[in-house]
Design a protein around this ligand. Structure first.
Ligand code: C2E
Ligand code: MG
Ligand code: MG
Ligand code: MG
Length: 288
């Protein structure tokens, strides 16, 4: 494996990179059995109204409880699952589990919170799942079996997955949107998409990427970021899209983003991702 660098000298690849590659390979081959053994679990992070901080829903975020490496975040294994196609059954499991959980929250408190109504659930979709022909039928099936109304589900698709999307790719999303499922454009503002293109997409929510929220952390806030967020909010609202902000870590950020007209937020300032019971206690604390 050593490669000759001329003469008698050899250069070795850096050991850490090797270890990472081996782990990547090891993780990739372990994925299918992990799914069968039930090593994946979901944490839920509240989505709150910026106006009053009330919880109206949660995003499902998958984790892998690996027998040797401990709990792994999705950035470690979602790309691997994408490459091997395992993302399709894994994503199906997440959707099923998250929808079941949302229905469970609703059953516990049928009216939900007096101010915000029944809790809603956001689930991430990867590009491969978007291309999978079974997406619409499987989603309909999961909703019907759980009894959750389509309007309580929001599917998050990254902006980059939809750049240059043709009608074939948008069709399943349109069908889902027509059924009442919300579609959110995740990590918005990082994908260099043509803003005029937004009109064409069946989305109802923009999730502004965390990098903009970070710009609000500085004192004073980054004036360029402020201008950009202002522009995005204006455009979004004129297209009747709601704006959610990711990665809110401080009260100052929340205040600034509220002042800029953002509608909802998510971040450590409100709550870290956690067990499903946490969502119920946060959301319904003064309900019923
Ligand atoms: P995302 O959908 O943009 O999710 C938001 C990420 O930001 C989550 O990271 C969340 O834990 C993190 N986060 C939330 N609030 C804060 C904050 O205040 N500060 C900081 N620094 N981070 C915050 P996580 O859980 O590691 O997930 C990373 C990405 O993995 C997600 O980004 C999503 O793209 C992907 N992912 C997670 N679950 C799934 C899934 O079930 N299916 C698919 N296809 N992708 C998933
Ligand atoms: Mg997301
Ligand atoms: Mg996001
Ligand atoms: Mg993100």
């Amino acid at each position: 494996r050593a490669k000759s660098a001329g003469g008698n000298r050899f250069e070795y690849a850096d050991e850490e990179a090797d270890a990472r590659a081996i782990t990547r390979h090891g993780l990739t081959t372990a994925l299918p059995a992990a799914l069968e053994r039930g090593e994946f679990f979901i944490e839920y992070q509240p989505l709150v109204h910026l106006g009053d901080g009330s919880v109206h829903g949660a995003e499902a975020l998958v984790r892998w409880c690996h027998p040797q490496h401990g709990v792994l975040g999705p950035d470690r294994f979602i790309p691997l699952a994408e490459n091997t196609g395992l993302i399709v059954p894994l994503g199906r499991w997440v959707l099923q589990e998250a929808v079941r959980q949302a229905r469970f929250w609703q059953d516990e408190a049928p009216g939900g919170h007096p101010a915000t109504g029944p809790l809603r659930i956001n689930v991430n979709l990867s590009p491969t799942q978007l291309h999978h022909p079974g997406l619409v039928a499987e989603t309909v099936d999961v909703l019907e079996r759980s009894g959750l109304e389509p309007g309580a589900l929001c599917l998050e698709v990254t902006e980059s997955a939809l750049i240059g999307a043709d009608d074939d790719l948008l069709k399943p999303l349109r069908q889902l949107a027509e059924m009442g499922v919300d579609i959110a454009l995740d990590d918005f503002g990082t994908g260099y998409s043509n803003l005029a293109n937004l009109r064409r997409l069946p989305v109802s929510v923009l999730k502004l990427d965390r990098s903009f929220t970070q710009g609000m952390q500085q004192h004073p806030a980054d004036p360029v970021d402020i201008k950009i967020v202002e522009g995005i909010v204006q455009l979004a609202h004129s297209l009747e899209l709601a704006v959610t902000v990711e990665g809110v870590e401080t009260g100052a950020q929340a205040q600034q983003l509220r002042a800029l007209g953002c509608d909802t937020a998510q971040g450590w300032y409100y709550a870290r991702p956690g067990a499903p019971d946490r969502i119920r206690s946060l959301a319904l604390v003064d309900a019923v």
